[in-house]
Design a protein around this ligand. Structure first.
Ligand code: URA
Length: 271
């Protein structure tokens, strides 16, 4: 993982190098593919050459705007997270997980591979909170179905989730961030938007412990509503707060402590 992140090798090539016994972590040869190394803590060498020069671990909260691609590079030259990371000085940062092009909200940027892995791993069941503007508004029965789990287009069911309709005036900065009318099926989304005035839409809070591709959009699609705006407001205990769209800031110590605690990492603070 760290080798791939450091740009030393592709993931597959990194596995080959490890199995060949060419990698040491803190002076010890590692041959297990699952071996962990933490940027900022461990010395990793490949063929005797230092890979990670005790990179200081960094943790940034980024409010991804709509229209930003969650990749390090974009072949189509669109604005991407790699541009943001470059502006922050690089430091081996990468985004933890991804948000769709049309989704805004909280994206964590870090060079801490182990924390990232845990945050993304289903084993830790970390809850992600989304604020969703949908149209038409789902009925009480639809909301109950979303809570229990709905059959998605791929035939699989979504896991039980926390779903509630938000009250007027409850949506804060994150939800109001500029966004576009989008849906999984764009034509259907346009038709739905034409049929229903904005007043007939609703803001819904969704908290999920799974993160399948376009999951929120597909869940609402299953009950006949289309997502007009989608913003991630929190990852576990880490909230976006009132960070303006497009801005980034370092995590506060207490935020990092809470995040690490949520995934069972106790060695990050005081390193
Ligand atoms: N669910 C989606 O549909 N899109 C995202 O970007 C995140 C969650």
């Amino acid at each position: 993982m760290l080798l791939a992140r450091a740009g030393v090798a592709s993931r597959r090539e990194a596995e080959r190098i490890i199995e060949a016994g060419e990698v040491t972590v803190n002076g010890r040869v590692v041959t297990e593919l699952g071996a962990r190394a933490v940027a900022g803590r461990d010395h990793v060498k490949v063929g005797g050459r230092l890979v990670s020069e005790r990179l200081r671990p960094e943790y940034w909260l980024y409010h991804k705007p709509v229209g930003c691609v969650t990749t390090m590079r974009d072949p189509q030259k669109r604005f991407c997270v790699g541009d943001v990371i470059l502006a922050l000085g690089g430091h081996g940062l990468f985004p933890v997980g991804r948000l769709d092009f049309h989704t805004s909200g909280l994206l964590l940027l870090t060079n801490d591979g182990e924390l990232a892995e845990r945050l993304m791993h289903p084993r830790f069941h970390l809850e992600k909170t989304y604020l969703v503007k949908v149209s038409p508004a789902p009925s009480v029965e639809d909301i109950e179905r979303l809570r229990e789990g709905v059959r998605l287009r791929d035939g699989r069911r979504s896991a039980p989730a926390f779903v509630r309709r938000m009250r007027k005036g409850e949506v804060s900065g994150a939800g109001r961030a500029p966004n576009a009318v989008v849906g999984v099926d764009r034509r259907a989304a346009r038709q739905a938007a034409a049929r229903h005035t904005p007043a007939r839409g609703a803001w819904i809070e969704v908290r999920l412990r799974e993160g399948r591709n376009q999951q929120v959009r597909r869940m609402f699609e299953a009950v006949g509503s289309y997502v007009e705006k989608l913003s991630r407001a929190a990852i576990g205990p880490l909230g976006l707060g009132d960070l303006p769209g497009g801005d980034a800031r370092r995590l506060l110590t207490v935020e990092l402590a809470n995040l690490c605690k949520a995934v069972g990492l106790t060695d990050r603070l005081g390193d």
